[in-house]
Design a protein around this ligand. Structure first.
Ligand code: TPP
Length: 562
C-alpha cells in the first residue's frame, strides 16, 4: 500500500516505540501535523521550539529512551540549535525532525529556508536531508539507531515538504547496517585484566564516574565495585546518581565546585578509574596538575574522547556497563578473599579526615540561605523526586546539597551550561513519569529564558514545580565579578523582575512567595502536594556564593573555601 511521506514518518516513529513528540507546527511540516490525529503518538505543543528540544532531552534523560521533537523549517529549526548543542555536549539521544522547503527550492533562499543540516553539522552526532520519499523509512531507522547506540547523541532529519507529500510503498527495514559505524561495546579482555591488576595493587584508589555510567545503565556494576572493594567515588555533574549520594564512600562532585574531599582525593590518589567521563576543564582545573600521583585508567565508549584532554596510562574502549561487569567478573574472587577495607584503611581514614576538616557547608546570615532551601527540598523529597536545574549558582547548589541516590533523577545541562534548560526538561521528565514529583531548581535569570512553557505545563496539567532561588542577580556571573573583577557588578543585577506569583497565576498555575526562613518548609510542602504547575519564588540572600570554588585555570588543590 502506498503512503505519503508524512504517513510513513509517523509510522516509523510508532515502530521505534515513540510515544510522545514535543513540537511546534509551521508551513513546512503541516502535512505531518495533518496526519497526526491518525497516529497514536501524543504531541505536546510547546510555546517555543527551544522548549521542544529541551523537553525531548529531559524526556530522554529521565526515561533512558530517545526523545523526539518536531519543528518547522527556518526559524523553527534554528530555534532548536541551542538545545541540540546541549544534548550533543551531554551525549543525550534525541531525534530532531525539521521541516524543509520543497526540494526544488533548496538553495534559492526560499521563504523560511535555512541550511539546518549545515548549521547543525558540528553539534549533531549525524544529520540527514531526505531528498526522496523512498529513502525516508531507512533514514528514520538509522537516525534512531545512531542516536541510541555507541556514544548517544542528537540526530537531525531534515524533511522537505514535497517529500512529505510524495507517495511510496512502506516497508520498515528490519535492521540497520552502516558500514563505517561500528561502536566497540565489549572491552578488550587483556586491558580489563590490566585494570584489575592495578586495582589490586593500588593503595589509594578512586573512582571518577561520569554520565557514561548512567547512559550505559552501569550504576549497579559501579556500586558493586566501589562497595565490595572499598573504593571511594566522586563524579561529574553528569554522573550524579550513578552512585548513591548517601553512601559513606561517596565524596561528592569533583572539580570547580566539587567538595574539598573529592578534590583532595583526586590530587592524592595513586589510581584513578575514570568511567564514562571526559576530563572536562571544569573537572580537571589546570590539566598539568590533575591527579599528579595517579595511574590513570579511562573507560569510555568513545575512542576519540580518550587522550583528548588528559594523557591516560590505560585506555579501555568499551560500553561502561560491560567494562564494569568484566572488571566485576575478574575481581569477584579477590573481592571475597581480600580484606579490602583493611587494605584501604589508611586511605579511607585520610578521606574521613578531609571531610571533617572541610565539610560541605555554608554560612547562615539574616536572610534565607539558598543552600538551606536546597537542603529542605532534599529532606522533603528523600531522593524520590526527579530534579532538573537551570544553570548558575542554583545548579551548583543543587548538585552539592542534594543527595542524588538514583540514576536518571538529576537532569542538568552540564557540557553547554544552558540557562533555560531546566523547566522544559522538567516538562519532558514529567511526560515520561506522569506520577513523579518533578522539581526544577531555578535562578531568577534562567527561569525567564523559557518561562513561556508555563502555558505548555498548564495546558497538559503537568504538576511540575519550579523553585526559584531568587537573588535578584545573575548570581554565578555576579560571584565571578565579586571574586575576580573587583565587585564590578556590570549588568548582572536583574532590576526589573516580574511578579513571579502573578505570572504563575496569569498562566493558570499556582504561585507562592517565601520571604522568611520559617516559611520555606511549610510552603514547599504545600506546593509539592498540589496537583498543579507551581512556582515557588524564594527570596534568598542576594550575595551568597558557591563554595568551594577553584578559580579558572588553577589546580584542584587551590580551592577557595567558605
Ligand atoms: C543561555 C546562557 N546565557 C548566558 C549564560 C552565562 N551564565 C552562566 S550562569 C549565569 C547566571 C545565571 O543566573 P540565574 O539564572 O539568576 O542563576 P543564579 O546563578 O543566580 O542561581 C549566566 C548569565 C549561560 N550559561 N547560558
Amino acid at each position: 500500500m502506498e503512503m505519503t511521506g508524512a504517513q510513513i514518518l509517523l509510522e516509523c516513529l510508532k515502530r521505534e516505540g515513540v510515544e510522545v513528540v514535543f513540537g511546534f507546527p509551521g508551513g513546512a511540516v503541516i502535512d505531518i501535523y495533518h496526519e497526526l490525529p491518525n497516529s497514536p503518538i501524543k504531541h505536546i505543543l510547546v510555546r517555543h521550539e527551544q522548549g521542544a528540544i529541551h523537553a525531548a532531552d529531559g524526556y530522554a534523560r529521565a526515561s533512558g529512551n530517545a526523545g523526539v521533537c518536531l519543528v518547522t523549517s527556518g526559524p523553527g529549526a534554528t530555534n532548536t540549535v541551542t538545545g541540540i548543542a546541549t544534548a550533543y555536549m551531554d551525549s543525550i539521544p534525541v531525534v530532531i525532525l525539521t521541516g524543509q522547503v520543497p526540494t526544488k527550492l533548496i538553495g534559492n533562499d526560499a521563504f523560511q529556508e535555512v541550511d539546518i543540516v549545515g548549521i547543525t553539522r558540528p553539534c549533531t552526532k549525524h544529520n540527514y536531508l531526505v531528498k526522496d520519499v523512498r529513502e525516508l523509512a531507512h533514514v528514520v531507522r538509522q537516525a534512531f539507531y545512531l542516536a541510541r547506540s555507541g556514544r548517544p547523541g542528537p540526530v537531525l532529519v531534515d524533511l522537505p515538504k514535497d517529500v512529505m507529500q510524495a507517495k511510496t510503498a512502506f516497508a520498515y527495514p528490519d535492521d540497520v547496517s552502516m558500514r563505517s559505524y561500528n561502536p566497540t561495546y565489549k572491552p578488550h579482555i587483556g586491558q580489563v585484566r590490566k585494570v584489575a591488576q592495578l586495582i589490586k595493587k593500588a593503595e589509594r584508589p578512586l573512582i571518577y564516574s561520569g554520565g557514561g555510567v548512567i547512559s550505559s545503565k552501569g550504576h549497579e556494576e559501579l556500586t558493586w565495585l566501589a562497595r565490595k572493594l572499598s573504593i571511594p567515588v566522586t563524579s561529574t555533574l553528569m554522573g550524579l546518581g550513578a552512585f548513591p549520594g548517601d553512601d559513606p564512600l561517596w565524596l561528592g562532585m569533583l572539580g570547580m565546585h566539587g567538595t574539598y574531599t573529592a578534590n583532595m582525593a583526586v590530587s592524592n590518589a595513586d589510581l584513578v578509574l575514570a568511567v564514562g567521563a571526559r576530563f572536562d576543564d571544569r573537572v580537571t582545573g589546570k590539566v598539568s596538575t590533575f591527579a599528579p600521583k595517579a595511574t590513570l585508567v579511562h573507560i569510555d565508549i568513545d575512542p576519540t574522547s580518550i587522550q583528548k584532554n588528559v594523557s591516560v596510562h590505560v585506555p579501555l574502549v568499551s560500553d561502561c556497563k560491560l567494562a564494569l561487569a568484566a572488571l566485576k567478573k575478574d575481581l569477584e574472587q579477590a573481592a571475597s578473599e581480600l580484606d579490602w577495607p583493611g587494605k584501604h584503611k589508611a586511605w579511607l581514614k585520610q578521606i574521613k579526615a578531609w571531610s571533617k576538616e572541610h565539610p560541605l557547608t555554608y554560612k547562615e546570615g539574616e536572610g534565607i540561605s539558598p543552600q538551606y532551601v536546597v537542603e529542605a527540598i532534599g529532606e522533603l523529597t528523600k531522593g524520590k523526586a526527579i530534579i532538573t536545574t537551570e544553570v548558575g549558582q542554583n545548579q551548583m547548589w543543587a548538585a552539592q546539597f542534594l543527595k542524588i541516590t538514583k540514576p536518571n533523577t538529576f537532569l542538568s545541562s552540564g557540557g553547554l551550561g544552558t540557562m533555560g534548560y531546566g523547566f522544559p526538561a522538567a516538562i519532558g521528565a514529567q511526560m515520561a513519569f506522569p506520577g513523579a514529583l518533578v522539581i526544577d531548581i531555578a535562578g531568577d535569570g534562567s527561569i525567564q529564558m523559557n518561562i513561556q512553557e508555563l502555558a505548555t505545563a498548564v495546558c497538559h496539567n503537568l504538576p511540575v514545580k519550579i523553585v526559584i532561588l531568587n537573588n535578584g542577580y545573575l548570581g554565578m556571573v555576579r560571584q565571578w565579578q565579586e571574586l575576580f573583577y573587583q565587585r564590578n557588578y556590570c549588568e548582572t543585577c536583574m532590576e526589573a523582575q516580574p511578579d513571579f506569583v502573578k505570572l504563575a497565576e496569569a498562566y493558570g498555575a499556582a504561585g507562592f512567595r517565601v520571604t522568611e526562613k520559617k516559611d520555606v518548609v511549610p510552603v514547599l510542602k504545600q506546593a509539592f502536594k498540589l496537583k498543579k504547575t507551581v512556582i515557588v519564588d524564594v527570596r534568598v540572600e542576594r550575595e551568597a556564593n558557591v563554595y568551594p570554588m577553584i578559580p579558572a585555570g588553577a589546580s584542584l588543590t587551590e580551592m577557595l573555601l567558605v
